[in-house]
Design a protein around this ligand. Sequence first.
Ligand SMILES: [Zn+2]
Length: 257
Amino acid sequence: MFDIDPFTIFFFILGALLGSFANVVIYRLPKDQSVVTPRSHCPKCGKIIPWYLNIPIFAWFFLRGRCYFCKEPFSVRYPIVELIMALSFAYLYSVYGLTWSLLEYLIFSFGLITASVIDLDHMILPDRFTLSGIVIGLLGAYLNPERDFMDALVGFLIGGGVLYATAYAYFLLRKIEGMGGGDIKLLGWIGAVCGWKAIPFVLIASSGLGLLFGIFYILKSKQGLKTGIPFGPYLSAAALIYIFFDVEPFMAMAFPF
Ligand SMILES: [Zn+2]
């Protein structure tokens, strides 16, 4: 089912390069720094990293996770982000082929993965991702003959609306904000790209993942869960599962109405 042809390799490399770019965005965007200049440099010694020491995925292993010049350790997260992006791109190509939908899902997964890591670091989902994602998603549905614009529009409205209502109810009950505005916009974005039928699955799967990791986190930290775990990565993971796999038949079995 995972056929490898020259395009698979092309999309793997493209994903790895964009994963490398995502790492720059993740590091610089929350600090309001330019993602274009200056060139990649070591945060400790400031030396510019030449391209051959900056090859996605491989360079990190080759240098054993350290700066070539000053031996400052670099996080293992860099090659992980690059690998996830590379595998996602190659896999999406194998599922969708060279289609409009592939282009849309590549942009979508780049945005989701990048925004999720920013959310993990800073507990924010930047509007630059969610709001642009909604616009690009709706525009994509309009241009893409494989998609239906109304489906995307309803998906955006239900996605955003459902979480907005949950957040509002939570606020009325507890008088504190449990769900960030970023999550609301994120689910609106997911609905705009995946259509309204994706929303029930994304809500169920993300809650399941959140519960699983939440329990794991509580056991590990031996503290209660007050606030503090961002929900964006779970919503994003669920949306990626939705576009990676054909989950509709399972949803139809679980909810036969
Ligand atoms: Zn260095």
